[in-house]
Design a protein around this ligand. Structure first.
Ligand SMILES: [Mg+2]
Length: 326
């Protein structure tokens, strides 16, 4: 494999050297503007790390606002068909056979045996409630399913096939907000009464079930991983947008990748690194920061924090290691 040549980069030895600690690891990562270049979808700056992580059997789990239909070809291109995925900002979780539980999951119907979980609500319910609130509050927004494929292409820069895939929603609905900030706050409160929430993405606002954000889906997968492997993983999360915040708060170590936007991304995580570079170059920079330096034994440091945080005395507001021990 040509990737083997990448293993000589100075970043790689420390991952191998930390591995004898035997704490399993996993990565959860946003795609657009993070692992993938925001414009070109190039991910070549991240390929040395992807090859290294695959060799070390560290799952790299895409966590994206994209639909399952949009994600599947990217997942193949990235070589991540053996790991789970989270689509529609957490509303859809896909489990490959190795992540399925014989008692809890029905076998996947697809050829690849992937089992799909829906932590939130059906998109039909979301659309119906959006219709109700738009009329009742007299507010202005456009749902993605009200846009033509051509309009989606124009707004997103996607080609026709990708635009069609983007419209294949299962558990969330993107909207274009066309009203005031005040109206947005009222709208958000109204949705909450329906068990729905709003998340800001790069181009759209996303409406989905309350328990269906990226962070909740990541917590669910970490629990599944722990149940299957017998011990919790050291988790590293990477993202560049506000819709990544819950994910970055659900992991042990977080990376905010410098965005090509002015949106505020401030997750509450004491183990946080902000990259200088954007996109996949920033992604590689972030992985290298946490796992690429021989002198950075974060595994040990994080464990001792967690160990000192007894369940009885843990003050959740001041204990950033709580997810580690959960
Ligand atoms: Mg992003």
């Amino acid at each position: 494999m040509p990737e083997s040549t990448h293993l000589s980069v100075p970043l790689s030895p420390s991952l191998s050297s930390v591995d004898p600690v035997l704490q399993p690891r996993l990565i959860v990562t946003d795609l657009d503007g993070s692992l993938l270049d925001h414009h070109s979808y190039d991910f070549s700056p991240a390929t040395p790390w992807l090859a290294q992580l695959k060799q070390m059997r560290v799952p790299v789990i895409p966590v994206t606002s994209k639909t399952r239909a949009e994600l599947l070809p990217l997942r193949e291109a990235l070589g991540l068909t053996g790991t789970p995925f989270i689509a529609e900002n957490g509303a859809v979780i896909g489990l490959p056979p190795g992540w399925c539980h014989a008692r809890l999951d029905r076998p996947g119907s697809g050829r690849d045996g992937v089992v799909i979980k829906y932590p939130g609500v059906d998109v039909g319910f979301i659309r119906a409630r959006l219709k109700v609130w738009r009329e009742r509050l007299n507010i202005r927004f456009t749902r993605m399913d009200e846009l033509s494929v051509g309009e989606v292409m124009e707004l997103t820069g996607l080609d026709e096939i990708r635009a069609q895939d983007a419209r294949q929603r299962e558990g969330s609905e993107p909207i274009i907000w066309q009203d005031s900030e005040v109206a947005l706050a009222t709208f958000r409160d109204s949705l909450e009464g329906d068990g729905l929430q709003l998340t800001q993405g790069g181009r759209f606002w996303h409406v989905m079930g309350r328990s269906a954000d990226k962070g909740s889906a990541v917590e669910w997968l970490v629990k599944r991983f722990t149940a299957l492997r017998g011990r919790p993983p050291l988790s590293l999360g990477l993202g560049d947008g506000p819709n990544d915040i819950t994910m970055l708060e659900a992991v042990d170590q977080a990376v905010v990748i410098r965005g090509c936007h002015d949106l505020v991304v401030e997750p509450r995580n004491a183990s946080l690194y902000r990259t200088d570079a954007t996109g996949p170059t920033g992604w590689a920079e972030g992985v290298a920061y946490w796992w690429g330096r021989a002198d950075r034994r974060l595994t040990t440091a994080e464990k001792s924090d967690a160990d000192s945080c007894g369940a009885d005395s843990c003050d959740a507001d001041n204990c950033d290691a709580r997810e580690v021990s959960a």
